[in-house]
Design a protein around this ligand. Structure first.
Ligand SMILES: [Ca+2]
Ligand SMILES: [Ca+2]
Length: 420
């Protein structure tokens, strides 16, 4: 009973919005695709017909294309609700039923994560304007209740098409009929022109690809030297990024002086650079001016900490150095070393195949994560499983210090008169 009612209701809609001939399986030689796109800014989905032919042609002497019957079917995430269908060419059904979850389809074994909308065009002839092969013509737009995932034109071979036909006597396949699709004389059965969906499904949350690099203008500034740290963020993906934020906190050995950027704001106390939107292909930079106030090696790191969209190859704020949204640079200020002093250099856990060097010569036996330094020289390490990020690690530089005691010692002296 339920099934019968449902089928009747649906047949009523089909009669209202265009009678799809059940026998029209033959394809015209003038064919079209349907395409669905999504605009992030307006949050509008747009349905296009993309002809593979042009007007005028042998079937249609008019410079414009005209057509009566058309049907656009969509495969949507199950919680997606189509809203605000707005006509561009033709009068399209405004309140289509959501299909797929009804009991009539329960035996079809359909993917429960999806549902379907079939949107028919009123059968009055529509002027689509001139058709040019490969040039999309917009038919209508719609919105969704929320972003649930990709929405697509229903593929010709989607299992739902067969299930709807077999179980509910519904023709849910996309279709398109126009003057150019039909021979001028002889053929009484209208020829189908729709061949297949075109392009990827429309994604309301398209993935982005941001990358970040850092650099300094001087890696050996000297104590109290002023350096410029530059952070660069690029949108190297195919979609605009929004809500972008970067964390770039200065280490204890650097004192913040000022910053300059054309994009967003920087809060020195938290190291937060609030960027906002980055269009496709755009690069944004910030220059942080700092004073180096400690000897030794100071590391400056920055990473993307937030973005509204998902990045294809990196995750914000996860501190993973090998991702493309993380950058590091360093400066070194030579430190004094005096006879009898011992400094211990260490690197974090997790590195293997370590080798320490003094003045570019490997130190025999120095293959652990710590090194005790007692003499002046330039010290660095290599570890084969982790490459030094970005600009390479800085060396530690020790020089022979002025080792005289700072306290003045009173040395008595005498004066002797040796000639009269
Ligand atoms: Ca990335
Ligand atoms: Ca990351």
């Amino acid at each position: 009973m339920k099934k019968g009612l449902f089928t009747l209701a649906w047949i009523g809609l089909i009669l209202l919005f265009g009678l799809i001939p059940a026998t029209a399986q033959q394809l015209s030689t003038n064919q079209v695709n349907y395409q669905l796109t999504y605009d992030v800014n307006s949050q509008l989905y747009k349905v296009w017909v993309v002809p593979k032919y042009a007007t005028p042609n042998a079937n249609n002497s008019d410079t414009k294309e005209f057509g009566a019957t058309a049907q656009v079917s969509l495969k949507v995430p199950k919680d997606f609700v189509i809203q605000n269908i707005t006509d561009i060419k033709g009068f399209w059904e405004k309140s289509p039923l959501k299909l797929g979850s009804q009991s009539v389809f329960s035996s079809a074994g359909l993917d429960p994560n999806y549902n379907y909308y079939v949107i028919g065009k009123a059968p009055t002839e529509t002027n689509y304007g001139p058709f040019v092969s490969g040039a999309p013509v917009a038919l209508f737009t719609f919105k969704g209740n929320s972003c649930n995932g990709p929405v697509g034109i229903l593929a010709k071979n989607d299992p739902f098409v067969a299930a709807a036909k077999n179980l509910a006597l519904l023709n849910t396949a996309c279709s398109f009929y126009s003057r150019s699709g039909q021979a001028i004389s002889g053929n009484v059965v209208p020829l189908e022109q729709f061949i297949e969906k075109l392009g990827p499904d429309a994604n309301c949350n398209p993935p982005i690809d941001l990358s970040l690099t850092v650099a300094t203008n001087n890696q050996q500034p000297g104590l109290n030297g002023i350096i410029t740290l530059t952070v660069t963020v690029k949108n190297e993906g195919q979609n605009p990024a929004s809500g972008v934020e970067v964390k770039d906190l200065l280490p204890a050995g650097m004192s913040f002086q000022s910053y300059a950027t054309a994009t967003g704001n920087y809060t020195p106390a938290t190291g937060t650079w609030t960027i906002g939107a980055i269009p496709v292909g755009q690069t944004v930079t910030i220059s942080v001016i700092a004073k180096v106030i400690q000897t030794g090696v100071q590391y400056f790191t920055a990473q993307i900490s937030k973005a509204n969209e998902q990045d294809v190859d990196s995750t914000p704020n996860n501190n993973i150095e090998t991702e493309d949204d993380f950058g590091r640079t360093c400066v070194t200020v030579p430190a004094p070393i005096c006879a009898g002093q011992i400094f211990e250099l260490s690197i974090p856990n997790g590195y293997t195949n370590i080798q320490w060097y003094k003045d570019n010569q490997p130190i025999s036996g120095a293959t652990t994560s710590t090194l005790q330094v007692t003499t002046a020289g330039t010290y660095r390490f290599t570890a084969t499983n982790v490459s030094c990020p970005t600009e390479g690690c800085c060396s530690y530089i020790f020089y022979e210090g002025d080792c005289c005691p700072t306290k003045a010692v009173c040395v008595p002296f005498t004066v002797v008169k040796i000639r009269k």
